[in-house]
Every structure is written in structure tokens, then in C-alpha cells.
Design a protein around this ligand. Structure first.
Ligand code: GAF
Length: 347
């Protein structure tokens, strides 16, 4: 892999990093004001940059060996550079920068490789003295990159997780108020993450469609957001498929709130994860047969408390809560249930 100096002939002024995330519970709730429970994964994006004295940004993605050059303030970038270009524009870069990007967060796997890149880019701008923003404002700016430069109407889960979550701990986030708490994992447990290897086909259009459906459900129920539905029975009068979509969001919020009760056992936490998967598969319809097969293999393992798909879905990754010390062996035992492309990401 080519380093900054090799590409640009001088060293970087700043280096900033941000991790990917895995969401333990609270899926597809964050664009309806709901609750989420992510943790950081060890993999991270690293952005190095330095002013180049020109009117153009030069961005180099070291892992892909790809260059992108575009005028300051213009949204002329495509591919990986959209995330960086958006961060540079919204982060207020007014002169040309040389930017070197590297990341070991698996791409298109539902582990927030894009949020990691957005947050790391904005942190680099902040370290350079270009951007004046606290961490919360930075996460919100990263979300705008996703909306305005990538075209996915995402919630705030990924950018807040990349900014605030720590590996080995859970970040309980209220996505309406942005109130957050750092919590320990259930006693005696650890996290296993597997990338199914299934490319996330139609993920963006499917995501935006789900979002529109639950917005319509909230409108029909006369609430600002499904977060405001306090009795799951309310959704049963909705027409299908809005009923199923809303049922998922409402019951998922309930699962997160139960999971963060003090002293929840890993067994109960695992049951909530299993129920979350069934809800995402049957009511929200965002799982995939290969992911379902991997989840079933994990759920059948004696050292697994619970397992589910994670992230937006349509392929992508799975997360399991397992007995401490067993994650690598459990993961390796389950990989064969996929279609040959699955691999362990954590540990
Ligand atoms: C994607 C989005 F970017 C998040 O905001 C969230 O909605 C998630 O899908 C599903 O929980 O990662």
C-alpha cells in the first residue's frame, strides 16, 4: 500500500481515525426517533491530509489504489471519494487539500465503512483547524454527507456510533434527543461479527422505501414518529405492509429498552436479539436467505446467547452475543452455513 509521502512528496499535517460499528439491537429505528445499541468494531478508517496550495483537492484511496481530483467546493467526485468530498465541502475546506485514505472496515457489509470515512475526514478537518464543531455536531455533519452527497436518507445511528462508541462497550442512544449512555456488555459475554459476503443489492432503494413506508405509517397513526407509539396494538389496524413495517419498529424499540435494563442477563439479551432477527426477516423484510442460514447456525450453537442480522440488511453482516472466550471458535464453526463467502470480522 502506498503511503502519503509516496503519493504527494511530503508528509501529512494531520491524521485522524474513526471506527466502524456493529449494532447489537435497535435496527431500522433511528429514522423514527427510536433507540439503538451499537458498539465500535476494532476496524477503522484513517484519513491523513495536508494543504496543497492549489484550488483542487487530491484524494487517494490507498486500499483501492484510486485517485480523485476535483475543484474545492465542487461535488464532482464519485465512488469512494463522494464521502470525502462531502466531508470536505460541508466541513468548510476552502483551499486544496492532499488527502490519503485507508480503511480496514469491510465495505458494503453493514458495518458503517462510510460513516467511519465521513467521521474520520471531519475529524481531520477539525484537527487542521478548518472545522469548529463538537463531537455531536460533527456526527450530524457526517449524516448530512450521507444525505446530500451519497443519496441515502440514513438515520443518525452510524455517525453517532462511529463518533462515540467504544469497542467492548455498548452505546445506548436515543436518536431523537441524542441522549446517550455507555453501558457494559451483559456479564460474561462477548461480541462476534460475521460478514455474510452477500453484496447488499438494492440496499439504497430498499432502505429509502422502508423509510417512506414507516413515515406513512406514522402519518396514518397520527404520531410524529413511531417512537411515539406506546402500545404495539395500535399498528394492527394499518394496511399491509405498513402494519408489518411499523410493528417491527415499535417492537424493536421495546426490545432495546428491555435490553438496557440494569443487570439484564446475557440469556435474555440473546432472546431479544433472536426476536429482533425474526422481526427484521418477517415484518421488515430486509434479511437475506444466506444471512438467515448463518443466523440459524449461530442460534443453534450452545455458546451463543443470541444472533441476528445487523445494519441495514439486504445482505451484509450478522452479530452474535456469545459466551466470553468462545467467539472465534463459534464464528469459525458457523461460517460453513453461508454460501462460501462468509468470514469472521470480530474477533
Ligand atoms: C443504515 C443507516 F445508515 C442507519 O442510519 C440505520 O438506519 C441502519 O441502516 C439500520 O438500523 O446503517
Amino acid at each position: 500500500m502506498k503511503m502519503f509521502e509516496e503519493i504527494f512528496g511530503h508528509g501529512p499535517t494531520v491524521t485522524a481515525r474513526a471506527p466502524g460499528r456493529v449494532n447489537l439491537l435497535g435496527e431500522h429505528t433511528d429514522y423514527q426517533g427510536g433507540y439503538v445499541l451499537p458498539t465500535a468494531i476494532p476496524q477503522q478508517a484513517t484519513v491523513r491530509l495536508a494543504p496543497n496550495g492549489t484550488g483542487e483537492h487530491h484524494v487517494y484511496a490507498a486500499d483501492l489504489d484510486e485517485h480523485a481530483t476535483f475543484p474545492v467546493g465542487e461535488n464532482a467526485a464519485g465512488g469512494f471519494a463522494r464521502y470525502v468530498a462531502g466531508a470536505l465541502a460541508l466541513g468548510g475546506a476552502r483551499e486544496g487539500l492532499n488527502v490519503h485514505v485507508t480503511s480496514d472496515v469491510p465495505m458494503a457489509a453493514g458495518l458503517s465503512s462510510s460513516a467511519a470515512l465521513e467521521v474520520a475526514s471531519l475529524r481531520a478537518l477539525r484537527d487542521l483547524g478548518v472545522l469548529d464543531a463538537d463531537d455531536e455536531a460533527l456526527a450530524l455533519l457526517a449524516q448530512r454527507v450521507e444525505h446530500e452527497y451519497v443519496g441515502v436518507k440514513s438515520g443518525i445511528l452510524d455517525q453517532m456510533a462511529s463518533t462515540f462508541a467504544r469497542a467492548g462497550q455498548m452505546l445506548f442512544l436515543d436518536t431523537r434527543t441524542l441522549h446517550r449512555e455507555t453501558l457494559p456488555l451483559p456479564a460474561g459475554s462477548e461480541v462476534l461479527v460475521i460478514d455474510s459476503g452477500v453484496p447488499r443489492q438494492l440496499a439504497d432503494s430498499g432502505y429509502n422505501e422502508r423509510r417512506a413506508q414507516v413515515e406513512e405509517a406514522a402519518r396514518l397513526l397520527g404520531v410524529p414518529e413511531l417512537r411515539d407509539v406506546t402500545d404495539p396494538a395500535w399498528v394492527e389496524g394499518l394496511p399491509s405492509p405498513l402494519r408489518e413495517r411499523a410493528r417491527h419498529v415499535v417492537t424493536e424499540n421495546g426490545r432495546v429498552l428491555e435490553a438496557v435494563r440494569p443487570g439484564v442477563s446475557p440469556e435474555r439479551f440473546g432472546e431479544l436479539m433472536n426476536a429482533s432477527h425474526a422481526s427484521l426477516r418477517d415484518d421488515y423484510a430486509v434479511s437475506h436467505p444466506v444471512v438467515d442460514a448463518l443466523v440459524a447456525a449461530l442460534q443453534a450453537h450452545r455458546d451463543v446467547y443470541g444472533a441476528r442480522m445487523t445494519g441495514a440488511g439486504f445482505g451484509g453482516s450478522l452479530v452474535a452475543l456469545v459466551r466470553a472466550g468462545t467467539a472465534a471458535a463459534v464464528g469459525d464453526a458457523a461460517l460453513g452455513a453461508g454460501d462460501g463467502r462468509a468470514r469472521r470480522v470480530v474477533p
